[in-house]
Design a binder for this molecule. Structure first.
Ligand code: 5GP
Ligand code: MG
Length: 194
């Protein structure tokens, strides 16, 4: 087992080839996104379902800009494992703990890529007969869609690049970066992580 000293620094300039969305961009956009969401729901209660682990940071910060009554649940989906390309077969792991029947559900994920993950979860949620289901993603790689899917709320459109930071990982690392950027290629598949 290697010591943590051999792991690449979680330091922004060291780990990232480029920054696509800065910490300030995220802060500004979340304030507006929160206001858009609050305006659409009026005084209704929202049942938020966050897709973990990726949407943890985004959900935590976004919810602080929504003053509606909110219930929060999480759902875990596996799709990437330790790769930078989707395995193409997302699987829902575990169960929701809240009852969604007749509730206004807002599903939150970090990034919309092929669309397979969110279509799978929306399909599953619809079977539970909610009053409504909407989706919110921080990032959207629109050019990568393999199934037809558009989110109701989008933070940023980004190009087709594998990104990390602000909740998004590579092999569970880099989620704690405050901005979002492209990981340097030599940090993908380093032998010391095997
Ligand atoms: P989809 O099912 O839409 O292809 O993929 C959605 C999931 O794939 C996201 O929730 C995220 O976990 C993962 N994903 C897609 N693109 C990226 C990316 O550029 N970086 C990271 N870290 N994860 C991604
Ligand atoms: Mg995810």
């Amino acid at each position: 087992m290697p010591s943590s000293a051999v792991l690449p620094a979680n330091d922004l300039p060291a780990a990232l080839e480029s920054v696509l969305v800065s910490e300030a961009d995220i802060k500004n956009r979340l304030r507006k996104l929160g206001a858009e969401i609050a305006a659409l729901y009026g005084d209704q209660e929202i049942t938020v379902v966050a897709v973990i682990n990726g949407a943890i940071l985004f959900t935590a910060d976004l919810l602080r800009h929504i003053d509606n009554p909110v219930r929060l649940d999480c759902i875990r989906v596996s799709s990437y494992r330790n790769e930078t390309k989707s395995t193409g077969k997302p699987q829902v792991l575990g169960h929701l703990s809240l009852d969604l029947a007749n509730r206004h559900v807002l599903l939150i994920d970090d990034i919309l890529d092929t669309g397979k993950t969110l279509s799978l979860i929306v399909g599953m949620i619809k079977k539970l007969q909610p009053a409504s289901v909407r989706t919110c993603v921080l990032l959207d790689k629109r050019g990568r869609r393999e199934v037809e899917f558009e989110a109701d709320f989008v933070g940023f459109q980004i190009p087709d690049k594998f990104v990390v930071g602000y909740g998004l990982d590579y092999a569970e690392r880099y989620r704690n970066l405050p901005c979002i950027g492209v990981l340097k290629s030599h940090l993908q598949n380093p032998p010391e992580w095997a």
